[in-house]
Design a protein around this ligand. Structure first.
Ligand SMILES: Nc1ncnc2c1ncn2[C@@H]1O[C@H](COP(=O)(O)OP(=O)(O)OP(=O)(O)O)[C@@H](O)[C@H]1O
Length: 493
């Protein structure tokens, strides 16, 4: 049998039609080929771009094949239940993992994609080979509820200050309201991109926790990433500055509330000086072991002088035995709370009393930390003349202030450049401020809890100060030969 010739007129015509159809966008062949390409290429693209989604799809398909619909439902519901239980049982670790997963996602979708262009635009790149600009390496991203923490490795010759200088430009480039710069480890810098504000709603007062109070980590509010803020008060002093109505009262009462459970046992003693006639502190009078709210400044100076004497006496006893005082019911941690410090350091007319107060204040601030006597002071006017000794406060808080220069007076220029713009805090957010702790150049934005008058009354009822300890008769304070101020020594009652 002779084979049929391939090159017949009919075959040539069919081939020509086929080729013609290949070039026609709406032809059936083109549609079929497109469909085939989509079916084969989509899984490959998914595999490359979203390996996790692809893997999950495969597992679901396999489960469906092996176990049927029941197995498929189980496979979807089981992880959901596990996640809900994890969140309920260990919310902190669940949130940590969720933050890492969210961070990975945002790293890929946002930061890795745009960082090289932004870094070049902000002058943070270095020249590479073939005229390329090389951007600093992004080490990782952790997505907190209201901020992304992006860790960047510094090039040799760069410092966190270079990034702080460009923080505004970086924020605009990424379309966020604010970027703050933190240096956690040598050689890296952390850029905190605001993605929301966790601090817009008032935070109710913390529940009074009857467990041990950690005087070095008092929960007084929340940071902008949604985590609790713990204030170190023991072995420190805290100065809070804020314009009128900025929430100084909430900073004061949040701290007192965190201390309150330890008040009845006498391990902590609150000494209160309220120059505004008791308007701020009197409601919680029962919490205070010593309290003066008279318009008579002499009483307040007396309170501070006593604190200075206590500091000297303890320091002498500690010398050679221990470097730090450990609070006990017999030798409590004394917290000296002074509302409106300027009244005593500046505004009063009696220069002798003013001098006496400033001298005692410096003794307490310079020697009180190790002796277990801390000052918690509040000012409305942060001018240098008002708080002459502000560098002796290791922790400083700037609530809403009127001008950037006032913020610099409280926290320093560096903190302002690192994003502590307390002059921009809206009036609608009282109790919000920036905290700066010595040794850490990064200001932390926090909001103090709001302790209502009812909370204060209940606290005073439930946590009254222990009755005064019997006087230690005849205990003579020996004059400190190291005392440069030459303060008089005396008898501690
Ligand atoms: N942490 C907070 N959360 C919500 N609201 C707050 C908070 N702190 C203060 N407020 C609100 O702001 C008002 C003013 O606060 P506060 O009296 O504490 O300010 P202040 O700085 O002490 O003012 P002043 O110097 O005039 O005494 C309060 O009456 C309260 O309504």
């Amino acid at each position: 049998m002779t084979p049929r010739p391939l090159l017949t007129a009919k075959n040539v015509k069919t081939l020509a039609t086929f080729v013609q159809n290949l070039f026609d966008h709406d032809s059936l062949i083109r549609k079929l080929l497109r469909g085939l390409g989509w079916v084969t290429l989509t899984p490959l693209m998914l595999l490359r771009k979203l390996p996790l989604v692809f893997a999950a799809g495969c597992v679901l398909l396999l489960a469906y094949g092996a176990l049927g619909t029941g197995g498929l439902v189980l496979l979807v519901v089981l992880p959901l239940i596990t996640w809900v239980m994890w969140r309920l049982g260990h919310p902190e670790s669940a949130e940590r993992v969720a933050a890492q997963v969210r961070g990975r996602w945002r790293y890929r979708r946002i930061y890795r994609k745009h960082w090289p262009t932004v870094a070049a635009g902000c002058g943070l790149t270095v020249p590479g080979s073939f005229g390329r600009q090389v951007a600093p390496e992004l080490i990782g991203v952790t997505a907190h509820p209201a901020a992304d923490a992006v860790v960047v490795r510094l090039f040799a010759g760069q410092s966190p200050a270079d990034y702080a200088d460009r923080a505004d430009a970086i924020a605009h480039a990424f379309g966020t309201t604010q970027v703050r710069v933190r240096s956690d480890q040598p050689g890296t810098v952390t850029l905190l991109f605001s993605t929301g504000d966790m601090l817009t709603d008032p935070i109710p007062a913390m529940t009074l926790d009857a467990q041990d109070v950690d005087f070095e980590a008092l929960p007084v509010g929340f940071t902008e990433d949604g985590s609790p803020y713990r204030l170190r008060l023991l072995y420190s002093h805290v100065l809070t500055a804020g314009a009128t109505g900025s929430g100084k009262g909430s900073a004061l009462w949040s701290t007192v509330r965190a201390l309150a459970p330890a008040v009845p046992s006498g391990v902590v003693e609150l000494w209160g000086a309220d120059p505004k006639g008791g308007i701020e502190l009197a409601m919680g009078r029962a919490l205070f072991s010593r309290f003066t709210a008279d318009d008579e400044p002499g009483d307040m100076v007396g309170l501070l002088t006593d604190a200075a004497e206590l500091v000297r006496e303890r320091s002498k006893r500690l010398r050679g035995h221990s470097r730090k005082h450990v609070p006990t019911a017999e030798e409590p941690f004394v917290v000296l709370i002074i509302d409106e410090l300027a009244y005593l350091t500046e505004y009063q007319d009696d220069t002798k009393l003013k001098h006496q107060f400033n001298k005692a204040l410096k003794v307490v601030l310079s020697q009180g930390r190790a002796a277990g006597v801390s000052v918690l002071a509040f000012v409305q006017d942060p001018r240098k003349s008002v708080v002459d000794a502000r560098n002796l406060f290791p922790t400083k808080v700037a609530l809403r202030l009127d001008t950037a220069s006032e913020v610099e007076m409280v926290l320093g220029k560096d903190a302002w450049e690192r994003g502590a713009h307390a002059e921009s805090i809206p009036e609608a957010l009282p109790g919000t401020g920036y905290v700066l702790v010595d040794g850490d150049p990064t200001p932390v934005r926090i909001r103090f809890t709001w302790v209502t008058d009812d909370d204060i009354r209940a606290m005073a009822r439930d946590c009254p100060a222990a009755p005064p300890a019997p006087p230690r008769h005849g205990f003579t304070v020996v004059t400190d030969t190291d005392d440069q101020d030459g303060d008089a020594s005396g008898v501690v009652a």
